[in-house]
Design a binder for this molecule. Structure first.
Ligand code: SF4
Length: 337
């Protein structure tokens, strides 16, 4: 665990989110430092798209927008779990380029993957925590050419519908902790920021189509298979064509952006929440134990620690599933602004 400033511990949004989800999850992940060996499909997709978008925006920052899509595709080349996932990631990046290349002209890119550290302030006394320091990495810092205002930009992927401005996806962001923390982070870097450009891509729900098992095939009188049945697997190229068509038919379903404002009272509410959560984390660490939250085990798919918790095992007893890491905040490493 990195302790950069007088022994203070870095308090990232991933860490706060882990504690909110389940104190035991936080304990296993950040105190005992266990991580699942295998990444979930949704996490891998989000990580790959994020990687591609980082390369896309770096090209814009260099003043080479014509190279943006090629750079994005090169950044993810060969990294997906299989050829179908590779096609899906690439088509989302291609769709993003089509959707937003014109819009990107209106911004000056001040920084890509910009790290920050800032004091965690007690919202009652405005004194800095002696234990914690807020930390994170802002996906993008943009300056709008029209009025010179600086924006934090965050890329997200989701499987949730978000093309309707009234969708729950957007309503939830009013209380989103990461947005508040990153506004504080941008201010610590010397920028006056009130708005975050929330940049969201929908994860295509289309799945590859595979051959119907021979024993389940049913044939019509003309010798053809019943609707929905197949004799052969869909090829990755056929799958790619289907994903591309879906994106081209309704790009607004796949790509949305909204400006999310932050007021002083929202920032104060965030600090109050973070301060209290940090105190509870500290208490758990001192006790060497944290309660489980069984309501969270399957809330977003199956929790990565399910095999350990559900069998009452320590991750140490399941070496094929879990490994211990040194740095609990790997996402803060290897940045280049
Ligand atoms: S499996 Fe359930 S109890 Fe265990 S860490 Fe995950 S969410 Fe918490």
């Amino acid at each position: 665990m990195r302790q950069p400033d007088g022994g203070r511990v870095l308090l990232t949004q991933s860490r706060l989110r882990a504690y909110r989800e389940c104190p035991r999850l936080h304990h296993l992940k950040y105190i005992e430092r266990w991580r699942a060996v295998r990444e979930s499909e949704a996490l891998r997709f989000g990580t790959l798209v994020h990687r591609g978008l980082e390369a896309w925006w770096r090209a814009w920052r260099r003043g080479e927008p014509a190279l943006a899509l090629g750079d994005a595709l090169a950044a993810v080349a060969g990294r997906a779990g299989d050829a179908y996932e590779q096609a899906k990631v690439e088509e989302v990046l291609r769709g993003y380029d089509t959707a937003w290349a014109v819009d990107a002209v209106q911004y000056e890119v001040l920084g890509v993957e910009v790290p920050f550290e800032a004091p965690l302030l007690n919202p009652e006394t405005w004194r800095s925590s002696a234990t914690w320091r807020l930390a994170g990495k802002v996906d993008l810092l943009l300056r709008r050419r029209l009025d010179g205002r600086v924006l934090v930009c965050e890329h997200k992927t989701t499987s949730e519908a978000m093309d309707d401005p009234a969708a729950a996806y957007w309503a939830r962001l009013q209380m989103d902790a990461q947005i508040s923390a990153y506004v504080i982070g941008a201010e610590s870097l010397g920028h006056e920021v009130t708005d975050t450009l929330y940049d969201v891509a929908l994860r295509p729900g289309l799945r590859p189509l595979f051959a119907t098992p021979p024993e389940n095939r049913k044939y019509r009188k003309d010798g053809g298979l019943y609707a929905g049945q197949r004799e052969a697997d869909e090829t990755p190229d056929e799958y790619r064509t289907r994903v591309r068509s879906s994106i081209e038919e309704s790009p607004a379903r796949y790509f949305q952006r909204r400006l999310i404002p932050r007021t002083e009272s929202q920032i104060r509410d965030f600090l109050s929440d973070a301060w209290q959560q940090a105190a509870a984390m500290r208490l758990s660490e001192r006790m060497g134990h944290a309660p489980r939250n069984p309501d969270a085990c399957h809330r977003f798919g199956q929790c990565a620690y399910w095999e350990a918790c559900s069998t009452g095992s320590s991750p140490a007893a399941l070496p094929s599933l879990y490994g211990q890491i040194q740095d609990v905040n790997p996402e803060l490493q290897a940045q280049e602004v």
